[in-house]
Design a protein around this ligand. Structure first.
Ligand code: MTE
Ligand code: MO
Length: 439
């Protein structure tokens, strides 16, 4: 992706995505965003660096924040929280939520059962010495990485806060079904459907912090990077986990979150601060954010070039455009091969979600897809979260049965029978066949 031809093509693909977003009414112009954040009454709060020196505590304090590797990050195990087998399936540094563990919980996934996706391991970061460093040509005065605008956790907490309910879902959620359902080889963690969770996130709008840091109108990309250890793949050090967010999305609904479900962000989910990018693939939501580069040109990292695009026979050699919104999906709150009593009415429950917005309907089949019934949608309807659904079933015959759920979202997108193949196994949105045993 180094030739100007490739860059131009990449950039125009991205621009087309932004335009598509705006056409659906979910984008706001940079001008609007600046006007909005200018009206927030920020004069009353301590300001960040990048404003006149008298008011700016932070500019030039980069040395106060220890460099990467010397702390404030201390490596812990891959995952810090307990991973009891009734709540999680563990894959190396990652842990998948068991869907049956969501059966009796409300709209939000409690922290004790929220999936964890770590490229390396959870770092333990000292919130008192942590600083967010902002730099780049997209900020006034073009602060450099060595002399960034900084913001402490205390300063962040004093800024106007916002709360949103949103799912975070790994782009590879459901990956194992490419193999088990479609007979296709894919690489990556063999998730079932548990690499997704919905939480309430509280923090500060990224637009607010960018504005205070001196956002310039020609900013193009916003690149948060994590304070976890560098990711090494195939013997190559790819650097810190980081992926650019187009400025339009960054200003629209992205949050720098310091609370999850009303508690300080737990270590595994990004303490002290993580990025939450609603509706987009999980890798966008960088945990343990330490730096944010704001560029005046498109940025490239391994996470928007060699990963998180579609690769394979149906795609260009350099891959598709970078993946953004998640596709529509649904899941039963049941273990695979769950046992259900014959001749007894059972309440089948599940959840459905989509990166395109709310869920319009869910259809369920208890006979392997021969007939379908419409499930009852219930609970909060949050476009960036998920919708719970339920349906009764009285299985008459013992033996193996296959349950299916097919969700349709507000845009009319519905789950297909077959997910488009891609070698890295992203975005398995096809209807999943869920086996159960009736006895
Ligand atoms: N710094 C950092 N941020 C990260 C990751 C990571 O390994 N390091 N993993 C990403 C991926 S691939 C996903 S799916 C989500 C998972 O968020 P969770 O672990 O809080 O569920 O975090 C994203 N943010
Ligand atoms: Mo992910």
């Amino acid at each position: 992706m180094t030739s100007s031809f490739d860059e131009g093509r990449y950039d125009s693909a991205r621009l087309a995505q932004w335009e598509a977003g705006q056409a659906r009414g979910d984008g706001i112009s940079r001008r609007t965003a600046l006007r909005l954040s200018a009206g927030l009454g920020l004069a009353a709060v301590p300001v960040l660096g990048g404003v006149p020196a008298s008011a700016a505590p932070a500019r030039g304090e980069a040395s106060a924040a220890p460099a990467r590797g010397e702390g404030p990050a201390v490596a812990a195990g891959p995952i810090v929280k307990p991973l009891p087998p009734e709540l999680f399936t563990v894959f190396g540094t990652n842990a998948e939520t068991r869907w049956e563990a969501l059966r009796d919980v409300g709209h939000l996934v409690p922290i004790d059962r929220f999936f964890v996706r770590n490229h390396t391991g959870t770092p333990l970061i000292d919130g008192d010495t942590w600083r967010l460093e902002l730099f780049g040509a997209g900020l006034r005065g073009s602060p450099t990485a060595d002399n960034p605008v900084t913001v402490s956790l205390k300063q962040l907490r004093r800024l106007p806060s916002t709360t949103l309910t949103a799912f975070i879902e790994c782009a590879g959620n459901g990956r194992s079904f490419f193999t088990t359902q479609q007979g296709q080889p894919v690489s990556g963690t063999a998730w079932k459907l548990g690499a997704v969770g919905v939480a309430t996130w509280r923090g500060v709008r990224l637009s607010t912090v960018l504005r205070l840091a001196g956002l310039r109108p020609d900013a193009v990309d916003v690149l948060p990077s994590g304070l976890d250890a560098n990711f090494v793949s195939g013997g190559v050090d790819l650097g810190p986990v980081r992926r650019p967010i187009p400025i339009r999305k960054a200003l629209h609904d992205v949050v720098l979150a310091y609370e999850m479900n009303g508690e300080p962000l737990p270590p595994d989910h990004g303490f002290p601060v993580r990025v939450v990018v609603p509706s987009w693939i999980g890798i966008s939501s960088i945990k343990w954010v330490g730096r944010i580069e704001v560029s005046a040109e498109p940025l490239f990292t391994p996470w928007n070039t060699q990963f998180y695009r579609f690769f394979g026979p149906d795609h260009p050699a350099e891959g598709s455009a970078p993946l953004t919104r998640q596709v529509v999906k649904s899941a039963f709150e049941l273990a695979p091969d769950a046992q259900l009593p014959v001749g007894t009415t059972t309440l089948l429950t599940g959840r459905a979600w989509s990166g395109n917005g709310g869920i319009r309907r869910v259809d369920v089949s208890t006979d392997g897809g021969a007939s379908w019934r419409r499930a009852d949608l219930f609970g909060p309807a949050v476009d960036t979260g998920w919708r719970r659904w339920r349906l009764t079933w009285r299985p008459a015959t013992p033996g193996g049965h296959t349950l299916l759920a097919r969700a349709t979202d507000a845009t009319g997108a519905t789950q297909p029978d077959v997910a488009p193949y891609n070698t890295l196994g992203y975005q398995f949105g096809a209807v999943v066949r869920h086996p159960v045993t009736v006895a």
